[in-house]
Design a protein around this ligand. Structure first.
Ligand code: AMP
Length: 215
């Protein structure tokens, strides 16, 4: 199965994608994660993307589509993919159609996580992850059982994304509304869009996603 998870920043796409990976052996392809890795490694793509990401604007379509192309080329077509944070513009949606076809895949579902935007700033500005295993936490909603120690791997190092500040989050939301939400009709015309209440608790959202995947 190949699925797109769509929703504004903070809707829970990354969290839910990680859970589906653990339960179904699918592969999460997050252009945000790929770009952050490129920034960290100071590759040419990373150097180009860094300032754009810090402002909360979108990196060029060609760059992100090339990243997805490389990942799909290296992946067994029998392994299902969850696209998280891609596509984000109409040209990216068109590229994805071409890339899927050229790698012997078809798009099965586009799942929109519906959220109340007012709640997103608090969700995003409070979030942090374990530097060791990547498990996500939140200052208010999901603290480690022992402060400063990761529940999953025991690491004592955590990190926060530089773009998870209020000003950048607002720009990211404007970008989502202006450029990403308008791609939904492309998929609605194919009758593959499903909606899930992204304001429900994390387990309930996962359960709803599981039902959609089970068909
Ligand atoms: P994310 O982790 O999905 O929230 O992405 C973080 C940032 O990376 C975004 O605010 C953009 O600057 C950039 N980015 C990630 N995915 C894309 C994409 N598909 N198209 C353009 N920019 C992207």
């Amino acid at each position: 199965m190949n699925i797109i998870l769509l929703g504004p920043p903070g809707a829970g796409k990354g969290t839910q994608a990680q859970r589906l990976v653990e339960r179904h052996g699918m592969r999460q392809l997050s252009t945000g994660d790929m770009l952050r890795a490129a920034v960290k490694a100071e590759t040419p793509v990373g150097l180009q993307a860094k300032a754009v990401m810090e402002r909360g604007e979108l990196v060029s379509d060609d760059i992100v589509s090339a990243l997805i192309d490389a990942e799909l080329a290296a992946l067994d077509p029998a392994i299902g993919v969850i696209f998280d944070g891609y596509p984000r513009t109409a040209p990216q949606a068109r590229s994805l159609d071409e890339l899927l076809a050229s790698h012997g895949r078809a798009l099965d579902l586009v799942i929109e996580l519906e959220v109340n935007e007012d709640a997103l700033v608090e969700r995003i500005t409070g979030r942090f992850t374990c530097a060791g295993c990547g498990k996500g936490y939140h200052d208010t909603f999901e603290r480690p059982a022992v402060d400063g120690v990761c529940d999953k791997c025991g690491s004592t190092e955590f990190k926060r994304r530089p773009d998870d500040n209020e000003e950048t989050v607002r720009t990211r939301m404007v970008e989502y509304r202006a450029k990403t939400a308008p791609i939904l009709p492309i998929y609605e015309a194919r009758a593959i869009v499903r909606r899930v209440d992204g304001m429900a608790d994390i387990d309930a959202v996962t359960a709803a996603l599981e039902r959609l995947i089970a068909g």
